[in-house]
Ligand binder design. Sequence first.
Ligand SMILES: [Zn+2]
Length: 269
Amino acid sequence: MMGPSHALSGAAVWLAGSYGLAQIAHYHQTPLELAVGTAMCAGGALLPDLDLSGRVVTDQGGATVAHTFGVFSLFIAEVVEKASLGIYDLTRTRRDPHLHNGHRTFTHTLPFNIGVGIGVFELCLHFGKWAVLPVLFVTFAMALRGLFENWAKRAGWVIVTLTALAATAFAFARLDGGRGYPMLGVALGVGGIVHLFGDMLTSHGCPILWPIPTGRRMWRCIGVPDAIATKVGGRVEVFVWRTVFVLIALVAAVGLFAPQLLHRYALAW
Ligand SMILES: [Zn+2]
């Protein structure tokens, strides 16, 4: 799947999950917590594609996420792709094919994405402000890239970066340190896992079982059968899946916010 679809699916899952938690476990979040969590999950859902490298010098190629900070993030994507290929080569069996590119390998595994979630959770818990600020900033920038693709392309990475800085300052000043900080790690981890499921809708799939070997292969890519697979960037992805994600997000958002608004309205009445 492409960046905007991943970002939308992350936002939809976070809002739907928050609605479920509010209904079933009576775990209620403030509008700010919901907005920040949704942005973190949308941004986090782009992270695994940081293994798609482009051309750093000419600022071309790479996934949506690789363009977040212009040539800087393109350079990081280059490093992540090579490192992922290194891990692939080190751990593959003779039955796994030889690859020339590290895309859809290590960053598309559960251990990587759960690791990102736990890592950010712990960093934010122990280092507070000094971890929360960079996490908010980087993820807001990724979320802007994914959710507002056309605007971000037109605006360019400098304006996207400035907008992410403003959002970071606004959110940080209001976010509750008690449960708001560790929530960032949870949202990022969930976003990454949502990405894996999104890629599994395509015929290439992703190595969701790694490092559990199946049929003497370590890196078996698992996805839906070719007959019903979604073509990356095709009409089904752009028109059907994105509509589904937007609808889920909207219905969940109405479910979450309508009672609060009605309550306030009723009180004012
Ligand atoms: Zn991917």
